[in-house]
Structures are given as C-alpha cells and as structure tokens.
Design a protein around this ligand. Structure first.
Ligand code: SF4
Ligand code: SF4
Length: 197
C-alpha cells in the first residue's frame, strides 16, 4: 500500500467528488474506510486498487489516479463490495461512472478490450432493450478487427470457443434477437442518461 501523503484541498476535490456522487447516485462521503469492501473484491489483487482506495482517491480529488487505474476497467460489477458495505456504497456504479467520464474525455482505456466489450454491450442492449448475444458478438468482433485486424479476430474466437460452446450447451447463447415490448421507454432512458453525461 502506498505511504504517500496526500494533502486534502476541499476546493480542488469538491467538483470531482460532486460529479461522481451525482452521476453514480452513491454517497461517497459516507465511506469511513472500514475496508470490508476490499476484503471481498475478486479483482482487487489484479487491479492493484481496492474499492475503498478508489473512493479515497475521489474524495481527495485525485482525478487522474481515479480515472487511470485498473479497478475501473477490471471491475466485474459483482456488487460484492456493496453487499458488504455498512453504508450501502456500490462501487460498481462508481467504476461505471468513471468509465463513462473516461470515454467522454476520449481518454485511452487502460484495457481496450474491456472498453470494446462495454461499448458493444451498451449498443446492443439499447437497440433491443436487452442484450442480443449475436449482435453483441458481431459488434465486439468488428471492434477487435478494427484494432488488430483479422488475426486478432481469429485469436479472440479461438480463445473464447470453449466458453462459447459451454454457454451454448446451457442455452445461454441465442441466435435470434428479441426486442422488449416497450423499447421506446428504454431508448428514452438511455437518452436521458446520455444527456446527463
Ligand atoms: S465497505 Fe463501505 S464504508 Fe467500508 S471502506 Fe468500503 S465503501 Fe467504505
Ligand atoms: S463490484 Fe467491482 S469493485 Fe465491487 S467487489 Fe465486484 S469487482 Fe470489486
């Protein structure tokens, strides 16, 4: 853990903190650094940052550190941290907000494949009101091709084929796409969220 001393400057820290609280709907000021979230996060070792540390960076206005860390890109939104938090702080909503801020600012994502996955997922879910697995895969593979050519597409398909077969056997992958009944409601919600960002 870093022993670097960070000076708290409220005027400097406040705008970032307020923006993230508004957009994520989480009260970061309720965090008292008990670290119960850190003990349960399945990606914290790999990410090198735990949910409590991320919250502390934001509270202290460390914008660059908050945006450029692997927890933002490797958080799997399992919500374990929120389940364990005595103050009901859902870090998954905070990492999602930070992803959106990064994208809006055109910052290079630390894990481009996660950014491509995220874009493709949102696009397909917005088009149908729910995820269409086939559309999602096509969108994702297109992005992979644009970034690394056909060899990257073939490598990706090879690396995911075992998982794909297992999901198909369990009927978790469908070939058709089905739209929800009130798709216009979903589109309105997405528009509203985009206007907010
Ligand atoms: S469990 Fe909640 S209060 Fe405790 S450090 Fe994590 S976010 Fe903060
Ligand atoms: S939601 Fe994200 S930050 Fe929270 S425990 Fe899961 S992976 Fe870790």
């Amino acid at each position: 853990m870093s022993t670097e001393t960070v000076k708290f400057e409220p005027e400097y820290a406040q705008p970032l903190l307020q923006e993230i609280m508004d957009r994520s709907g989480q009260n970061l000021l309720a965090c008292y650094q008990c670290r119960r979230c850190a003990a349960g996060c399945p990606v914290s070792d790999e990410a090198g940052v735990t949910p409590d540390r991320l919250i502390r960076m934001i509270v202290f206005g460390q914008k660059e550190e908050a945006l450029k860390n692997f927890l933002v890109w490797r958080c799997v939104a399992c919500y374990t941290c929120g389940e364990r938090c005595p103050n009901n702080i859902q870090t998954a909503r905070i990492t999602e907000t930070l992803k959106q801020i990064s994208k809006k600012a055109n910052l290079e994502p630390l894990v481009p494949k996660v950014a491509a996955f995220h874009d493709s997922f949102l696009k397909s879910a917005t088009n149908n009101g729910r995820l269409s697995e086939m559309e999602f895969m096509i969108l994702l593979l297109k992005k992979i091709k644009n970034a690394g050519g056909w060899s990257a597409v073939i490598a990706e398909m090879k690396s995911q084929s075992k998982l794909g077969k297992a999901l198909y056997k369990k009927k978790r992958i469908h070939f058709g796409s089905e739209k929800v009944k009130n798709l216009s409601e979903i589109k309105k919600l997405v528009k509203k969220a985009e206007a907010f960002s």
